[in-house]
Design a protein around this ligand. Structure first.
Ligand SMILES: Cc1cc2nc3c(=O)[nH]c(=O)nc-3n(C[C@H](O)[C@H](O)[C@H](O)COP(=O)(O)O)c2cc1C
Length: 187
């Protein structure tokens, strides 16, 4: 797939088939992710791949409980609170794989570095005919001691980008973009 086509056709996919994604394919996505630029070429990212469905369900349940208890109406919009109370709602949308991109250091550019790796990964997945979605909802719980322990992440690391991956069961319609706010400062 051409780069431009991938950039324009990538969508946040929230419906997946049961089909597992092969390890080789997941490795290929990670290989694309690590081609991202990083501040002072630190390459501080680590990739935790979760394909254990029970574990995914457990992380989803723990995250929902955590969010309900810790962020009353502030960080999470009111509309999402109803979903968090829905026992059927899985924050990972039933995807067969989750790749958590974490920074091994809490350096000034930890988030930027991992976000760039995440976009590479999502575009590469799109090129493979796979769907992805960044699950920001998972970030806060994964960053707790319990969350980091569950992923086997060392204390100093910072989970930045939880990305689900799988075969799309349905392709979402394009989400309209706002006009870019452009300011030209030139002659
Ligand atoms: C930082 C970040 C956090 C996000 N968190 C979630 C999330 O928790 N759950 C979800 O379903 N989608 C999440 N998304 C996906 C966005 O909702 C989606 O990218 C946006 O609506 C635009 O749609 P598109 O990606 O199809 O263009 C997140 C995206 C980003 C970049």
């Amino acid at each position: 797939m051409e780069l431009e086509q991938a950039i324009h056709s990538r969508r946040a996919v929230r419906e997946y088939t049961e089909e597992a994604v092969e390890e080789g394919t997941l490795r290929k996505l990670i290989e694309a992710a690590i081609q991202a630029p990083s501040a002072i070429n630190e390459q501080p990212w680590s990739f935790t791949v979760v394909t254990d469905r029970e574990l995914l369900a457990r992380i989803s349940a723990q995250t929902k409980t955590y969010l309900q208890r810790s962020t009353p109406g502030r960080i999470i919009p009111e509309s999402l609170h109803a979903r968090l109370e829905d026992s059927q709602f899985n924050i990972f949308h039933g995807a067969p794989a989750l790749i958590v991109i974490a920074s091994v250091t809490r350096s000034r550019w930890a988030a930027e570095n991992c976000a760039l790796a995440a976009e590479n990964l999502m575009l590469a997945a799109c090129g493979e005919g796979l769907g992805t979605c960044w699950i920001g909802l998972a970030q806060t719980w994964l960053a707790t001691t319990a969350g980091r322990r569950t992923l086997g992440l060392p204390a100093g690391s910072l989970p930045v980008a939880p990305i689900i991956v799988g075969r799309p069961a349905a392709l979402p319609a394009p989400v309209p973009r706002k006009e870019p706010r452009i300011r030209w400062l030139g002659p």
